[in-house]
Structures are given as C-alpha cells and as structure tokens.
Design a protein around this ligand. Structure first.
Ligand SMILES: [Zn+2]
Length: 498
C-alpha cells in the first residue's frame, strides 16, 4: 500500500494585518519530501500519528509537504497554490490512500475555504481515493470539506493536547474502511452561533458538555464525532459553531447524534459569549496580589488568534499602575530586535517597543511604547517544544532579544510566537517561575504550561484583532442572522447545508 501523508495548517483571521507568505510555513517555508517526514516524525501532531500508523501497517509513505504557520491574515494565493500543488501532483502519480493534517479555518486571498477548495481539487483527480482529514477544534466547517473527504475527525481539547489522537482516529477509521470492516457515512451541520474562543475551554462549560456529547456518540457506536467551536474572527459565510459525526453505514443515526450535539450548543448559546472586565480594573486587581506568579493574559493580541502581537496597551497600563517584576512576551518587533542586536548584550538601549502594526480593519494605528533598558540576551529564537501542545515540534521565533528595564524583562522576537511552551522564556535565559507577574500574549495555550505554577490568572482586555468584542469587527460575508450579532436568531435560520 502506498500512502500520501501531508500537512497544510493555518488558522486565518481575516481582520489581521499580519501577512501570510510562503516563508512563514516552516523555518524557511514548507518542508518537502524527506524533510517533511523528518520534521513531523515523532511529533504529537496529526501528521506524526499518520506516519506512525502507516509505518506500523508496513505501508510505503510519501510526504510531499508539511506546512504550518502561526495564525495571521489571509494566506498568499501563490503560497496556497504551491502547497496544494505539491499534494495534488503526488496524488496524481498514484496512491492508495491520502492522510491530511489540515486546520479547517484557512482563508486564502483567492478562496474563503482553503481546505474545501484543496479537497475539491483532489477529488477531481482522484474520485475514489480514500481520504482521512484531521482538523482543529476551531475549524469553520464547510460542505466542501465534508463532501470531499472519506473520514473527518477533529481535536476534542482546547488547549489542544490531543492533536495526535485526532490524527490517529481519522487514520484508523480510514484504514478499517479500506479493509471493508466499516462503512463511514458523515453528517455535518451548524447553528448560527459565533462562539468566542475564550469560551471554548474544553475543561469548562459550555464547551465541555458539547465535547462530552461527541464522546458519548463515539461510545454509542459513532466511528468519530467532533464538536467544532469555530473561529469567529473570520469574515466568511460559514464561520461559527458546527459538528461532524461519522457513523458506520447509518446516515440517520449520524444525523441524530449530530442534532443532539448542536441542540445542546444552541440552548447554551449565551454561554459561548465572553464578557470582559475593564482593563484598568484587571490591572488594579493584579496589583493587589501579593503572591506570584500572577498571569496577565493579553488575550486580544495573541498569536493564536492571528493578532499583531505588538500591541502595547496592557504593558503600558501595567507600568502606569506601578506593577514591577514583570516578564513579558513574546512581543513581535523585528525593528527593535535589530536595534538590540546592534547594541549588543550588556548594553543600554532606548527603543520604541511594538506598535509597528496598524490594524486598518479595526480603524486603529499602532502605538509604540518607549522603553529604556539593558540588552540581556540575544538568541536565534530556536527551541524544541517539550510541553503537551505541539510536542516535539521545532519552534522558530526568528532572531530574539531580551530587554530588561528594571521593572520588566521583555522577550522581543522577529516572528509571531504563541507562549505555548516554557521554551519561549527558558530558551532566552528567563525562568518564568521567578517573576511576580507574567504578561503573556495568550488566551488559552497558557493553561497546561503556566497555570500549574501560577497563583492567579487575570484576563486583561487590551485591544487587537484577537479581541472578543464583536462591535470592533466589520463583518460583511458572514451568513446572517447570527447570534449574538443579530436579534431574534432562530436555530435553523442560517444553518449550513449539512
Ligand atoms: Zn485551534
């Protein structure tokens, strides 16, 4: 048996000003061939699971491409075409099965449905090819995705600590189907809920109950069931909450499991909407906390939401209110990194930190924060992830420098980097446990990493294209009516054609 295994992973925030060229899909762009295999073999990503499964089965493996980039604005058309062509050309050369590690919320300059369009192109050249697809819990599911795959399974955790298991499940079901043991039939659907990612923690309600119903369907005989929170800062028709159920031969049963999940979500729709505390109040609350580390979560400007990662509002407010002993990061500011490298370790510099990125979709200009301090470290920004998220993957922050102002130590990077692992600090010589405050540009990924040793976690409502305030975003393509943007939304009023 000859298996093609490939990854194309990007979560697109259509309001993000951060460009997404080919180069950001890996250290110097996507990995191809043997390099793709080496980059993903042994990782806890879906592609790592596919490789393990096919090797255990003794199948021949071809890995045309592994492309993964941090969330940002719409993907460059040429980058997308190049990644897709690598997969399609390999399929055209002949194979018995295709295993895809995708996201589900990829928007490209020339298509709103990155995954669905890829799958349509594959189906056009290989109408009967068995195709397994693993997706992120934040996927905005479309009919084209489901119609053109054999099996789809997504993560059941956020923060995502079961990426491997999702790939393993999708891959196993496909292999069983190829052996004739099962007959996958898929049902999918959505409800008009633009759920917010801050309300998708799978350890808390309402998301926990939604995912529990997916697990229950699997216990009752579904081959795979996934609840997708969706990714709300994507102005496309199909953004929002959805689900996919794969049953064994029984389409009506698949639909019943699906409706049970979606009806639950609809009844609890109000709980999928986040209510923020004013920033002044959050920082004042943090100031009163004598026991650290206290996490200050600058969630509106986090990498994983496709934000600019250089908005200084929360740090500015923390310094104005007199907080000290703050470790901050990472902040994306290539210009400041360059200035610190030119100054050298141990030298004093004055920089205008961050604020280099305007946010035209929100009508906002970048506002740098002038800081003076000592350059503490300069590194190549590389480390291997050891935590439970994206375990084993090599991380590339670009050139990285640390500024120490006396009250704050700031990790400044050339590339966007979510604080998804201790490595963002330890790789530059900072022990995050030793600081009273940790200002993290994070909304959910901090949980398995920083929460275990933190004394408190405070959500700080700054500003940015990762904000949970829908009033900031000018939606045009999103299907309407949509909860909570519109009044009197009915559960089926804008349902997908699942
Ligand atoms: Zn996600």
């Amino acid at each position: 048996m000859r298996a093609v295994i490939a990854m194309m992973n990007h979560e697109t925030n259509t309001f993000s000003p951060v460009p997404t060229p080919l180069e950001v899909f890996g250290k110097h762009g996507p990995y191809h061939g043997a390099a793709a295999y080496r980059a993903m073999k042994g990782t806890r990503l879906p592609m790592g699971a596919y490789i393990d499964l096919c090797e255990q089965a003794g199948w021949e493996i071809i890995t045309p491409v592994a492309a993964i980039a941090p969330p940002s604005g719409p993907v460059d058309a040429r980058a997308y075409t190049q990644i897709c062509d690598a997969i399609i050309d390999t399929v055209k050369n002949g194979c018995d099965a295709l295993f895809l590690d995708l996201h589900g919320a990829m928007v490209v300059q020339n298509t709103d449905d990155g995954e669905g369009t890829l799958l349509e192109r594959i189906r056009a050249v290989a109408p009967d090819l068995p195709i397994a697809v693993a997706l992120d819990l934040h996927g905005n599911i479309t009919d084209a995705i489901v119609r053109n795959a054999t099996v789809v399974a997504g993560y059941k955790t956020y923060p995502h600590v079961d990426m491997y298991e999702a790939g393993d499940l999708a891959g196993r079901v496909l292999m069983r189907a190829m052996r004739g043991e099962v007959k996958p039939v898929m049902a999918w659907g959505n409800r008009p809920i633009l759920a917010q990612t801050l309300c998708m923690n799978t350890d808390a309600q309402p998301m926990k109950g939604f995912i529990d119903l997916a697990k229950q369907a699997e216990r009752e005989g579904a081959l795979a069931a996934t609840g997708f929170g969706g990714f709300p800062t994507a102005d496309i028709r199909d953004a929002g909450l959805s689900a996919i159920v794969v049953a064994d031969g029984d389409a009506q049963q698949a639909q019943r499991w699906l409706d049970r999940m979606l009806d639950y979500a609809w009844e609890r729709r109000a709980d999928f909407i986040y209510h923020a505390e004013p920033l002044e109040q959050s920082i004042a609350r943090a100031k009163g906390m004598k026991q650290g580390p206290v996490l200050l979560l600058d969630h509106c400007d986090n990498t994983a939401s496709g934000a600019a990662v250089d908005v200084m509002k929360v740090l500015r407010m923390a310094l104005e209110q007199g907080l000290s002993d703050i470790a901050v990061g990472p902040v994306r500011d290539a210009e400041s990194v360059e200035r610190m490298i030119r100054a050298g370790v141990g030298q004093q510099v004055s920089i205008d930190l961050g604020g280099k990125t305007d946010m035209p979709a929100l009508g906002l200009k970048g506002e740098p924060l002038p800081l003076t301090g000592t350059v503490r470290a300069i590194t190549d920004g590389e480390y291997t992830i050891t935590g439970p998220q994206l375990t084993g993957m090599r991380a590339h922050m670009g050139r990285t420098a640390v500024l120490d102002t006396g009250t704050a130590v700031v990790v400044v990077t050339e590339r966007s980097q979510e604080p998804w692992d201790l490595g963002v600090f330890t790789s530059v010589g900072i022990d995050p446990r030793r600081h009273h405050y940790l200002l993290l540009k994070s909304r959910m990924y901090y949980r398995p990493i920083f929460l275990p040793f933190a004394k408190a976690a405070i959500e700080c409502d700054g500003i940015g294209v990762g904000s949970s305030n829908y009033k900031l975003f000018p939606y045009k393509k999103l299907r309407r009516p949509m909860y909570p943007l519109d009044q009197n939304v009915q559960p089926q009023s804008s349902a997908g054609n699942g």
